[in-house]
Structures are given as C-alpha cells and as structure tokens.
Design a protein around this ligand. Structure first.
Ligand SMILES: *C/C=C(C)/C=C/C=C(C)/C=C/C1=C(C)CCCC1(C)C
Length: 257
C-alpha cells in the first residue's frame, strides 16, 4: 500500500470517529428538547451513532494493525483488516435507522408496527447476505457478485416500502415537515445507494481485495456512513423539534419559537 492510500483511509476512519462520537453527544443531550412522544426517535438516532462510534474505533485499530507504518512506509501486518466490524455495525444500525425514521413520523401504532415488521427483517437480511460478498471467501461456492445480488433483493424491497408505503403517510404531515421528510428520504436513498456501488467497485471475483480495492471501499463506506447516520440523525432531530413546536404551544414558547 502506498503512503497516500494509507493516509486517505487513516484520515477517513478518523473523521468517522469524530463525526459519530460528537453527533452522539449532541443527540444524547438534545433528547430533552423535543416532546416526549418524539424522544424515542432522537434516542434511537443517538444509539445508532454511538454504536457506529464504537465500531469506528475498532476499524481504526484493525486498519493500523493490518497496515502498520514502519519508518513512514505502510507494511502488511500479521493479521488482515477485519471488514466484519462494519457488518456487525450495519447489522445493528441499519434496522435502527429505519426505526428512527418510522418513530419520528408519529403514526398510529398499528401502522408503525406493520411497517417495522417488514423493514427490520429485510434490513437484517440485506446485511447478512452482503457479508460473504465483502469477505471475499466464495462461501458456499457462490461468487462475491452473487452474494451482492442476493443482498440487493431485500434492498429493493426496503426502497419500495419507503417510497410507496411511507409515501402514503406523508400527506398527514404539515407542509414544512413534509419537505424535511422528503429530504430525509432522498438522503436515505442517495446514501444507501452508495453502498452497493462501493461494493461493486471493490468487488474482485478473483480472490482477496487489492490495496486499491480496500482503499476505495473504506472511503466509500465511511463517507456514506457519515451522511446516512450523522446527517440523517440530525434531520430526524430537526423534524422532531418542528413537530413538537407544531403540536404544543407551551413547548414552542419554552423553546423561543
Ligand atoms: C449506517 C450504515 C448503513 C446505512 C448501511 C447500509 C448498507 C447497505 C444499504 C448495503 C447494501 C448492499 C447491497 C444492496 C448489495 C451489496 C452488499 C451491500 C451489503 C453493500
């Protein structure tokens, strides 16, 4: 690995730690500044970035052990970089991101649970099926591309539920909230779309990923993570605050609206 490649991944993972950690702290402190009914959405957002902050520390460590710097030159260490941290992170955080989106909508309980019963298992399945592809082990004799294609099935199902099913509930929201939620949904689709593209760019059906595969994959996933977890979480927080002010005059007055 070249020094520039090493620095790019090193700095990206470091930015990941800073973004996840400080968004978590902000959201944990901010949770009191919304009505109680929206607190769950904010706390789930904070949980997502906290889980990710932990895993970014692990990835940073794993990367430095896999490619230690010897007198300024990156060498290959005795153990490989463990992409498993990302997948364990996603297995926990991707279903929770969908929970935070559904929670902030403030829908009737029955609709909320029917949406989550479909979204959460689909999200978990998408991550589980993607892992063997990014591990590059040709598990069960299937190529990385085949695992990626299998993972795309639940991915498309999630997109369908977000657009068609959640789209129906948007008309019940105020114009201001509708605009923000449409923005949040667009951000979700645009950033979640970066993951399969990154997967394809680093997909190497002939064995272990090359250095440049590792570099493009780590940079792609890290940028997408910061947008899909931190920026998305801050939009959810803003939606929760606007809805709180719309629904309670006392809250609006106490927050100086
Ligand atoms: C915070 C982490 C997030 C939002 C991760 C999202 C991950 C995906 C949408 C991954 C999707 C994949 C495919 C659709 C096919 C190839 C394999 C994956 C797992 C990269």
């Amino acid at each position: 690995m070249e020094f520039a490649q090493h620095s790019a991944v090193y700095n990206m993972l470091s930015l990941g730690i800073a973004s996840m950690l400080f968004t978590s702290i902000f959201l944990w402190f901010g949770r009191e500044r919304v009505l109680p009914k929206y607190r769950l959405a904010v706390m789930v957002s904070a949980t997502v970035t906290s889980i990710a902050a932990y895993h970014y520390f692990r990835m940073f460590d794993s990367f430095n052990t896999a490619y230690p710097l010897m007198q300024g030159t990156p060498e290959s260490g005795f153990v490989g970089y463990n992409v498993g941290y990302r997948y364990v992170d996603w297995f926990l955080t991707v279903p929770l991101l969908l929970v935070e989106l559904v929670a902030v909508l403030g829908l009737a309980r029955a609709i909320q649970s029917s949406l989550l019963k479909r979204l959460v298992p689909a999200a978990a399945l998408m991550i589980v099926l993607g892992y063997p592809g990014d591990m590059h082990t040709q598990w069960l004799g299937l190529s990385n591309g085949t695992w990626g294609a299998l993972s795309t099935i639940p991915f498309l199902y999630i997109m369908y539920v977000l657009f068609v099913e959640i789209g129906k509930s948007l008309s019940a929201q105020s114009a201001k909230v509708q605009g923000l939620l449409k923005g949040a949904r667009l951000l979700l689709v645009a950033t979640w779309g970066v993951y399969p593209i990154t997967f394809i760019l680093a997909m190497n059906n002939t064995g272990a990923p090359s250095f440049s595969d590792v570099v493009s994959r780590e940079i792609g996933y890290s940028i997408a993570d910061i947008l899909a977890k931190c920026v998305f979480g801050l939009i959810i927080f803003t939606v929760a605050r606007i809805k709180s002010a719309e629904e309670s005059k006392e809250f609006a007055a106490s927050e100086g609206h």
